[in-house]
Design a binder for this molecule. Structure first.
Ligand SMILES: [Zn+2]
Length: 293
């Protein structure tokens, strides 16, 4: 075990003083496969020993599974991103269901509702949004059958209609499925609505932006173990890399910023965010402990 690392065994939960990037897209075309070794090595140097890489469509599922097969610290989520539902077959969640039991598949996503981007060509906006809601519902039904959590993206041009609509769907499944609202930029009250249903939120690079102090304010006030840390790499790099290609190692900068805002040590933040991550992605536990040894 690396010098300075500690594992506390409390009940059945191993609590690790290490960073986990709970949301990245390692199969993105912005990362050439020849770079994967270096990406993972740079993450390890930054003490990021666990990564959850999310698929966004049928086409990147295989690459994600290959990455998880190659690097023991990587788990994957499988799902259809709301911006890709027009490409996905109507029965996409049934098609991917047999893959869910695999050891590398730790959750379902990225799914959700995106009312920010215009509907694709030949699609009427309301019809496209309805298809997104239908797919989100299907992902929850899949989650119920598989016993995994659902990772949700919401985005609006203004207001929070996509969040409200996603919450309406989540509410109907919340007794059986846990949801994670990723890259959370909403209000404290909306974060509490998620937590009240048993869900979690996660914060990424936006929380380091001076123009988004409200996001940091929400992260500052939420209770321990209620949120996770993420990069959403290759998108939304934190300060000081804002505007550049993001990567899992950079989650360190988001962690430092949020820990400072909360007035707690980096190790304290890492510990409770790690607990929250394992609460939501219990199948990450063997991957994280493996990469520590
Ligand atoms: Zn994402």
């Amino acid at each position: 075990m690396e010098c300075g690392m500690r594992i506390y065994l409390l009940g059945t939960n191993a609590i690790l003083l290490m960073l986990i990037d709970s949301h990245c897209h390692l199969a993105s075309h912005q990362f050439d496969p020849s770079e994967w070794d270096e990406l993972v090595a740079r993450a390890s140097q930054a003490k990021v020993y666990g990564m959850v890489s999310l698929a966004t469509c049928m086409d990147d599922i295989e690459s994600n599974l290959t990455i998880a097969d190659t690097y023991p610290q990587v788990g994957v989520c499988l799902g259809m991103h709301p911006c890709d539902v027009h490409h996905a077959p109507d029965d996409a969640t049934s098609v991917i269901e047999p893959l869910m039991a695999g050891p590398h598949v730790v959750g379902i996503g990225e799914t959700g509702l995106d009312y920010y981007h215009p509907a694709p060509e030949h699609w009427e906006e309301n019809a496209f949004r309805q298809r997104q809601r239908d797919f989100l519902e299907q992902h929850f039904l899949l989650a119920k059958r598989c016993g995994l959590g659902v990772v949700i993206h919401t985005r609006d041009r203004s207001g929070c209609q996509s969040f409200d609509d996603a919450m309406e769907i989540y509410q109907r499944h919340a007794t059986e499925v846990r949801a994670l609202f990723h890259c959370f930029i909403g209000t404290y009250e909306n974060a509490c609505r998620v937590l009240d249903l048993g869900g979690l939120v996660s914060f990424g690079g936006v929380s380091t932006f001076k123009s988004a102090r409200n996001v940091l304010e929400v992260a500052k006030n939420l209770p321990r173990e209620s949120f996770l840390l993420e990069t959403d790499a290759p998108y939304l790099a934190p300060v000081p890399f804002r505007g550049q290609r993001n990567e899992p190692a950079f989650v360190h900068h988001t962690a430092v910023c949020i820990a400072a805002a909360r007035g707690e040590s980096l190790s304290s933040l890492t510990e409770h965010c790690g607990r929250a991550t394992l609460k939501f992605f219990p199948k990450m536990l063997p991957k994280i402990t493996h990469s520590m040894v």
